[in-house]
Design a protein. Structure first.
Length: 349
């Protein structure tokens, strides 16, 4: 059966700089770096020609990351489900704009689809998603996504941010510690300086671990660990491997202290302009996108851990996390806006 190329994606050769401290970029739209084709069957190609409306989608993740891969799949699926009426032009790795500017561009309608991590800047309650030890396992996360609370939170976040609709939520792995010494107990953290993002909820790790923290741009973390400016850092395995922290850190502690989660958002005016039929298709495509990122994250975790081992790291998984979790519960008490949703999420564990 003949096949016909119909959809272009923008790709970038540069590596991912970070989850929360993304590289530069502006809200102006660059030309796509190169194209990757999606395919349609001969029967689809034989249908009456339809002018495709290409939507601009931007994210900050590099090739190989679960979010990058899922955006490619979503572009193909959206084209297929709408019979070519809608397509995506995807700008990865911050090539459209950095993380913060992408959200603003999506609110304004300059960018159609973007990513949103913590919405705590707009809705303090939403910071609970990043509260230390809020999620105990991937199974716990899946139960949350199957609950009414998941839908309630997405609606509340969309209303608070304004100008957008949140299409899904997904995770790309638990955050873990790396250091040049083994850490199994709270006492092992004494005297260390931890690099982490210096705003809540990330900064609450200072209280979870009773440790000094320092905020260093993600692109400088490797050097700071190498020179001893910071003793340890915390990130998802995807980031630890991408940034090659295994070259300057000897130990990987599977603390799983925070789940790295994000979401896909769409401009609200664009959403409201869609027919009910197309809204259902978009919801189907991007619900699947969130599920796919969750799947890829869990599938990749063993391989990422093995990469760390092959590059000289020792994995430490016999950690007494009880005092960490007790401190985390105290942290939540300092953020009363989190308490209601936190209690409901804990009840699902």
């Amino acid at each position: 059966m003949k096949k016909k190329n119909v959809l272009a994606f923008a790709l970038s050769a540069s590596m991912l700089l970070g989850l929360t401290a993304c590289g530069g970029g502006s809200a102006s739209t660059p030309a796509p770096a190169e194209s990757k084709a999606a395919e349609v069957t001969e029967s689809q190609a034989a249908e009456p020609a339809t002018e495709t409306k290409y939507l601009k989608a931007g994210h900050v993740f590099a090739e190989g990351h679960p979010v990058y891969e899922a955006f490619q799949e979503s572009a193909e699926l959206l084209y297929e489900k709408t019979n070519g009426r809608y397509g995506l032009t995807v700008y990865p790795n911050g090539t459209y704009a950095n993380y913060t500017d992408s959200i603003t561009a999506c609110q304004m309608g300059d960018l159609d689809i973007a990513c949103l991590d913590s919405a705590a800047d707009w809705l303090e309650d939403a910071g609970v998603l990043f509260a230390p030890y809020c999620f105990q396992s991937y199974e716990h996360w899946n139960k949350f996504k199957a609950s009414d609370l998941y839908d309630e939170m997405r609606e509340a976040i969309g209303n608070a941010v304004g100008g957008i609709k949140q299409l899904n939520m997904y995770n790309f792995g638990f955050r873990n510690l790396t250091a040049n010494k083994e850490i199994r107990t709270l006492d092992d953290m004494q005297g260390l300086t931890l690099r982490c993002v210096n705003f809540a909820p990330y900064s609450t790790l200072a209280d979870v671990y009773n440790v000094a923290i320092t905020s260093i741009p993600i692109e400088d973390v490797y050097m700071s660990l190498q020179t001893g400016l910071a003793d340890c850092e915390e990130n998802p395995l995807t980031q630890i491997v991408t940034m090659k922290f295994y070259e300057v850190q000897k130990y990987l502690m599977m603390t799983q202290h925070m789940l790295a989660c994000s979401s896909t958002i769409i401009n609200e005016d664009l959403w409201n302009s869609l027919s009910d039929e197309d809204k259902a298709i978009f919801e189907e495509v991007f619900t699947r996108q969130g599920e796919r990122i969750d799947e890829l994250t869990q599938e990749n975790e063993a391989a990422l851990t093995q990469t760390c081992i092959e590059n000289g790291m020792t994995v430490v998984d016999d950690i007494d996390t009880t005092p960490f979790r007790e401190n985390a519960a105290k942290v939540v008490e300092d953020y009363p806006a989190w308490q209601n949703w936190y209690d409901q999420i804990q009840a699902m564990a």
